[in-house]
Design a protein around this ligand. Structure first.
Ligand SMILES: Nc1ncnc2c1ncn2[C@@H]1O[C@H](COP(=O)(O)OP(=O)(O)OP(=O)(O)O)[C@@H](O)[C@H]1O
Length: 245
């Protein structure tokens, strides 16, 4: 069965895009057919992936093209127009638009990875409704716990009304620095919170690593840019953890 993983957190700058790109790249390198979709109007993923596609996921949401036509090199680009999605998706059933579109291509892929915006609006609800799993990225800091609790309210609502099968596969700590007291204290609190919420914190933690920023400037994934960096090692470990290896 195709695993559709929605990378979420309503907080910005917590590694969603970075994780979407490198998780998809790592799965591809393991031989899994993987589709990556940029659902964020900021289009940072579209920039980092550096695919020059003619169409975007907005064209799919607006019924201009089929989802098949939007795929270019196993990627569907984002669009700044995604910020206006509520002007075109305002009818009953709007939460199901992405799920319906994906049903046409789902059998062609082993994994579909969804990068979502830093908000709990229509796009993120579409991503959670279409997903088999949600992967929460979080930076170990003082505000994370509050954010994760809010996020869970949305996840519970989506499970109740739109997608009862949705699972939270775990919380991934990003930009981790084991030498700081903040990282350590916040990590303990997030592990406790995860237990309360019936999920786990991934054993893999993505360390703070300059090569990540550099890789995005040169529009490469971390494996192609700096194979021997800490971040490459960590994302490789994440791929293996997700595969249960
Ligand atoms: N492990 C890391 N080490 C160093 N920098 C990182 C790491 N992970 C992410 N970053 C940097 O942090 C910033 C935010 O990361 P990213 O864009 O992945 O977060 P995001 O949650 O997708 O943000 P947004 O919600 O605004 O789209 C980027 O500049 C990225 O280069």
């Amino acid at each position: 069965m195709t695993r559709i993983i929605s990378i979420i957190n309503q907080k910005g700058g917590v590694g969603k895009t970075t994780t979407a790109q490198n998780l998809a790249a790592g799965l591809e390198k393991k031989g899994f057919k993987t589709l990556l979709i940029d659902l964020d109007a900021q289009c940072n993923l579209t920039y980092s992936v550096n695919v020059d596609s003619k169409y975007t996921i907005y064209d799919v949401f607006s019924d201009k093209i089929s989802i098949k036509e939007a795929i270019y090199n196993n990627f569907i680009a984002g669009s700044p127009l995604l910020s206006t999605i509520d002007t075109i998706l305002n009818q009953t059933g709007k939460e199901y638009k992405l799920k319906e579109a994906l049903s046409d291509i789902i059998n062609h892929f082993d994994f579909i990875i969804l990068d979502t915006p830093p908000a709990l609006g229509t796009i993120t609800i579409n991503a959670l409704t279409a997903a088999t799993e949600a992967l929460i990225t979080a930076q170990p800091d003082a505000y994370s716990l509050q954010g994760i609790s809010q996020l869970y309210q949305t996840i519970f609502a989506v499970k109740k009304y739109c997608n009862p099968q949705l699972k939270v596969c775990g919380i991934l700590l990003t930009r981790y620095n084991k030498r700081t007291i903040i990282s350590n204290n916040a990590t303990t609190s997030i592990i406790n919170k995860a237990k309360q919420l019936n999920t786990k914190v991934f054993d893999t933690k993505i360390r703070e690593c300059t090569a990540i920023k550099e890789s995005q400037v040169v529009q490469k994934n971390i494996f192609d840019y700096a194979k021997y960096s800490n971040a490459s090692f960590d994302y490789q470990k994440l791929v293996e953890e997700i595969l249960g290896e």
